[in-house]
Write a protein that binds this ligand. Structure first.
Ligand SMILES: Nc1nc2c(ncn2[C@@H]2O[C@H](COP(=O)(O)OP(=O)(O)OP(=O)(O)O)[C@@H](O)[C@H]2O)c(=O)[nH]1
Ligand SMILES: [Mg+2]
Length: 444
């Protein structure tokens, strides 16, 4: 997600940090590089020019040159500009009204059906974190692609949502039927999947308009494939004129999309990006926060999103047990194994690393991350071949026990020793994790 821009920007700006001296020339060169990076990321030319003009108005002149830390001041201005460009800092996180109907629009293959299951999963997880549950219904009026409705049914099952198949075969009749079922069964949210076409065409738009005028959904969400670059802005404009929508979700931000469309979206459409999709699994959806995206683009990481991911994927009881073990100073190898399990639930190390400050400028190589992944697997195997008593009291592990454990797990005594060293070191990370946990509570 924005990896391309992030790599470019981090390398441009890391050279400025801590500089006690900047010249008009430094600044101009940096702005030129920013401009180049944005163009390479497929941001439309006029959008790039506006961004650069707005930014240079702020940076050029005395404000930056005269400040005590000109490098930092410059970056701060870029950060503010980026944030406001991407949608503004104070935007309240989007949430669905309850009860309400959400109609999902988009071209064929943009990711509508997948995104609906991600949204349902997101809403359910959010509710779960508050000890609640949500009664969600998914239904489809896509009668053009035979497998489309089956696909939604399978996805609904996989995320634990309800699904309804209307026996009507015209989209408009089906939508009446679906809505009646939604009301009758007292569902809280209806996600309605609609048919897409390969290109904008008038009969698709007409059908969507009819569905829209019957359903009057609280939210109309446009799903856009980020891989289509600038083209997706034109698509969004066509949907906006014909049917209208409240906000967009950009999918496939993981598959090498350079982020140009996401960057220009708010500027071009005057509507927010609500979420971004970053994979095919239900959990691969993130709420879009302009200020956090600006952080990521500038290589400052995004610890808040990481903490939220952790909180969504790890049960509160597991988190509490870990905190308690740490607080009481009896953090054992079993807890260590549990922690590794938790990390695995958030994602792979390389996915996690993307949220860490400074990780985009190649601070950790792909090889190191792979090595880390392999260590996780090895450590889990070694710990599982220990007795419960050994897991609680690692000091029991003498030479002969280590040999037994190594054999049992299919590794060497050196591997067992590496694990024990990492276990010692982990106490530091565990403290850090605890701190982030608290840190996050401040924002609630
Ligand atoms: N990598 C990646 N793939 C995605 C993402 N979102 C959707 N996809 C994939 O894109 C393909 C199309 O997704 P669908 O959800 O079927 O798209 P759709 O808009 O419903 O397509 P139609 O029903 O044919 O109009 C599927 O293979 C999805 O797994 C994403 O965020 N990242
Ligand atoms: Mg579909």
């Amino acid at each position: 997600m924005f990896d391309f821009l992030s790599e470019k920007f981090s390398s441009v700006f890391s050279r400025l940090t801590g500089k006690s001296h900047l010249t008009e020339q430094n600044i101009q060169e940096t702005l030129d590089k920013v401009r180049q990076a944005l163009l390479e990321a497929d941001v439309p030319l006029h959008v790039v020019d506006t961004f650069i003009a707005e930014t240079s108005k702020e940076v050029v002149g005395q404000k930056v040159l005269k400040s005590v830390k000109p490098g930092e001041q410059f970056i701060k201005i870029i950060h503010e500009r980026l944030t406001s460009f991407l949608g503004g800092a104070s935007s309240v996180p989007f949430s669905f009204q309850i009860p309400s109907v959400v109609m999902v629009l988009g071209l064929q293959g943009s990711g509508k059906t997948t995104t609906i299951s991600k949204l349902a999963y997101f809403v359910a997880q959010q509710a779960k974190a508050r000890g609640k549950s949500r009664n969600i219904l998914m239904a489809s009026v896509d009668y053009y692609r035979p497998a489309a409705i089956d696909q939604l049914e399978i996805l609904a099952k996989s995320v634990g949502s309800s699904f309804y198949r209307s026996s009507k075969t015209s989209p408009l009749e089906a939508v009446r039927d679906i809505y009646a079922y939604f009301k009758q069964e007292n569902f809280e949210l209806l996600f309605l999947d609609t048919a897409g076409r390969l290109h904008i065409d008038s009969s698709m738009l007409q059908e969507l308009r009819e569905i829209d005028s019957f359903l009057k959904p609280k939210s109309k969400i446009l799903v856009l494939d980020a891989m289509t670059g600038q083209e997706s802005l034109a698509v969004a404009q066509a949907f906006d004129q014909a049917v209208g929508f409240h906000g967009a979700i950009l999918t496939k931000m993981d598959s090498g999309a350079r982020g140009g469309a996401a960057f220009a979206f708010k500027y071009a459409l005057k509507k927010p990006i609500l979420f971004v999709g970053s994979g095919e699994k239900p959990a691969d959806l993130e709420q879009f926060y302009p200020d956090r995206m600006a952080n990521r683009i500038l290589g400052m990481g995004d610890i808040l999103t990481l903490v939220e991911k952790a909180q969504n994927s790890i049960k509160q009881s597991e988190q509490d047990a870990a905190y308690e073990a740490i607080a009481k100073g009896r953090f054992s190898l079993q807890d260590f194994a549990d922690q590794m399990e938790m990390v695995t639930k958030i994602g792979s190390l390389s996915q996690i690393a993307k949220y860490m400050p400074g990780m985009n400028s190649g601070a950790i190589s792909a090889q190191m991350l792979e090595k880390g992944e392999r260590e996780l697997v090895r450590f889990k195997a070694i710990i599982s071949s220990m007795t419960p008593k050994e897991r609680k009291n690692p000091q029991l592990l003498d030479g002969s026990r280590k040999i037994r454990i190594a054999k049992g797990a299919g590794f060497t005594v050196t591997d067992v020793n590496t694990l024990l060293t990492r276990f010692e070191e982990s106490q530091q990370y565990v403290k850090l994790f605890k701190k982030f946990g608290r840190f996050n509570k401040l924002f609630k």
